[in-house]
Design a protein around this ligand. Structure first.
Ligand code: AMP
Length: 572
């Protein structure tokens, strides 16, 4: 297996990738990093989402850190938009953590004086849009005569936005012996022309095409949702609620993402377990045996950890991020729909990753349906269906006479249908999760409009048809912000309560007993899972003993019950 260390990067950079939860380099990183470290120019074809930022940023940082020359601008990255300038500089900042280097983004639409002050303080790496970078050069506030390495990121976009002349002028202002990397999603003739003028004997980096024949691509329903990053955790919860997977494998890019998502999904009521390279083999085996025994609904995994797993009962494969190469997508979704079963492959893509979906469609020659994020109304109607089914089951099961007297007494005053409706309403309200009454902003993907809303000096060329995603609301901030309303802060413990569905225990009973007996607040109680004969409640570790004592001392559904720390049992 190729690791970041085996690519020849400095230890501090390898440590940074580990800290970010990256388990192994993506294909474009595997190919580009070694050649860039050798000092060669690179002409790369890779779209957003493939990990190309790290592919050029890590070698850039490596060279600057190695040269031990700080405080003068040695690295320059040109990007088409302001968002990308912010995002790339933030990424470089993270990779450079602790290295003492400064990264300064410069883009149009932001106050000049702030950027000038930042540049004056010393910028080792400048990330900017062409128009604003040129402005700074002309004002004398940015000097490029010490540049050792330069990257043109999303070069095709920059050309489409009319930055060709600015790019040429900037390239001319840099030393001719610098190293240059040019990345572009397409290799149009105009890109080839720039490359032939400015790159010296470049190594071509195209994401290697593994052989995946059409026969290997399963016939599964493929659906994608385009959502801003900040709304992904909530969207996934909703999509899963609607899809009701019996067993799903959810793929994430990093260990950190795996851990966060397990927390969010558990809080959402799913039995979810993590699987990543940071776990000991026996922990992973435990998760897999629980999954095979159907005691876990969802396994959230990185590609590395899921490699070689043999699971054949998957109803759904979920790509929490678009995989960095079409082959990885095929590999992942090939895990569902096996042996004549129908499977579903769900992909969540950020607006700027829509291009990757197109690449995948071209590779698989299959359509990915773009679906709308379930609305509050969809959830409601789904919940009503579930409620109706549960009520039927309850009616058929009987054993409801203990509450009959309430219904009868109310029926003297109200119409019986209204009484029943109020009861259903109460039950629905009790089952409503945090944020489920709020809409998630929809993102429309149009195939015409490519207005460069946030770039400096836009000079769009009309008449070209390309996909561009635009958020209707909320702006896709890149910070994952999982809803954790029901997840207590700090370490938690699962409590095993020896009474479950058969004893009539409902989440409200457990919450009532805990809050009533201990005075702790409702919101510190984490996920609650009710099995036939027992329940599991997640509580803050700091309060666990107090809650255990209180629950042992009280009665739940009229009975004293055994309460302990959970030793790994999960509801079935
Ligand atoms: P990019 O294509 O550079 O915009 O990167 C897309 C996303 O992939 C970013 O969120 C990165 O943090 C993430 N990423 C980059 N490299 C890796 C890696 N080797 N493993 C996991 N995630 C990565």
């Amino acid at each position: 297996m190729t690791t970041f260390a085996s690519l020849g990067l400095l230890d501090s950079l390898v440590t940074a990738t580990t800290a970010l939860g990256y388990e192994e380099p993506t294909p474009v990183q595997r190919e580009a990093i070694p050649v860039l470290l050798e000092g060669r120019d690179v002409l790369g074809q890779a779209a957003t989402g493939t990990g190309k930022t790290a592919a050029f940023a890590l070698p850039m940082l490596h060279r600057i850190l190695e040269s031990k020359v700080k405080g003068r601008t040695s690295g320059l990255v040109l990007v088409p938009t302001r968002e990308l300038a912010m995002q790339v500089s933030e990424a470089i900042h993270k990779y450079a953590k602790g290295g003492g280097l400064s990264v300064v983004p410069v883009y149009g639409g932001a106050p000049m004086d702030v950027q000038i002050r930042a540049l004056r303080r010393g910028a080792d790496i400048v990330v900017g849009t062409p128009g604003r970078v040129l402005d700074h050069i002309n004002r004398g506030t940015l000097k490029l005569d010490q540049i050792r390495m330069m990257t043109l990121d999303e070069a095709d976009e920059m050309l489409d936005m009319g930055f060709a002349d600015d790019m040429e002028a900037i390239l001319k202002a840099t030393p001719s012996d610098k190293q240059t990397a040019l990345f572009s999603a397409t290799m149009a003739p105009r890109i080839a022309a720039i490359a032939s003028r400015h790159l010296k004997n470049p190594a071509r980096v195209t994401i290697a095409r593994e052989k995946a024949t059409a026969g290997q691509i399963p016939r599964v329903r493929q659906v994608a949702y385009i959502v801003p990053r900040a709304h992904k955790p909530q969207t996934l919860g909703r999509v899963l609620d609607i899809e009701s997977p019996s067993a799903a494998l959810v793929f994430c890019r990093t260990r950190l993402e795996v851990d966060e998502l397990v927390e969010t999904l558990s809080a959402h009521g799913y039995r979810a377990e993590p699987l990543h390279g940071g776990m000991a083999q026996n922990q992973r085996d435990r998760v897999m045996s629980l999954f095979r025994a159907k005691k876990v609904d969802l396994v959230v995994a990185t590609d590395v950890a899921a490699r070689g797993l043999d699971i054949d009962h998957l109803s759904h494969v979920v790509n929490y991020d678009v995989p960095s190469a079409p082959e990885a997508y095929v590999h992942r979704i090939g895990r569902t729909g096996r042996i004549g079963r129908t499977g579903v492959a769900i992909t969540l893509a950020e607006p700027r990753e829509h291009r990757l979906l197109g690449n995948i469609e071209r590779f698989t020659k299959q359509k990915i349906e773009l679906a709308s994020v379930p609305t509050v109304a969809d959830l409601r109607s789904r919940r009503l269906d579930v409620m109706r089914a549960s009520l039927r089951e309850r009616l058929l099961a009987g054993n409801i006479d203990d509450v009959r007297v309430i219904v009868e007494s109310l029926a003297e005053e109200f119409d019986i249908v209204r009484v029943a409706s109020a009861a259903v309403k109460l039950a629905l309200e009790a089952s409503l999760g945090e944020g489920e009454d709020k809409e998630i902003p929809t993102v429309s993907v149009s195939f015409k409009d490519r207005g460069p809303a946030a770039s400096d000096r836009p000079k769009p060329k009309g008449g070209k048809f390309k996909a561009r995603a635009r958020e209707t609301e909320g702006g896709g901030g890149d910070k994952p912000a999982p809803k954790r309303a029901y997840v207590p802060a700090g370490p938690t413990t699962r409590l095993y309560v020896a009474a479950g569905r058969i004893a009539g225990v409902r989440p409200a009973d457990l919450v009532g007993a805990i809050t009533g007996e201990t005075g702790v607040q409702n919101k510190v109680i984490g996920s609650i899972q009710i099995a036939d004969r027992f329940s599991i409640v997640e509580v803050p570790e700091a309060l666990a003993n107090k809650i255990i004592d209180a629950l042992r001392a009280t009665k739940i559904r009229g009975k004293k019950v055994l309460v302990n720390r959970d030793r790994g049992q999960k509801p079935s």
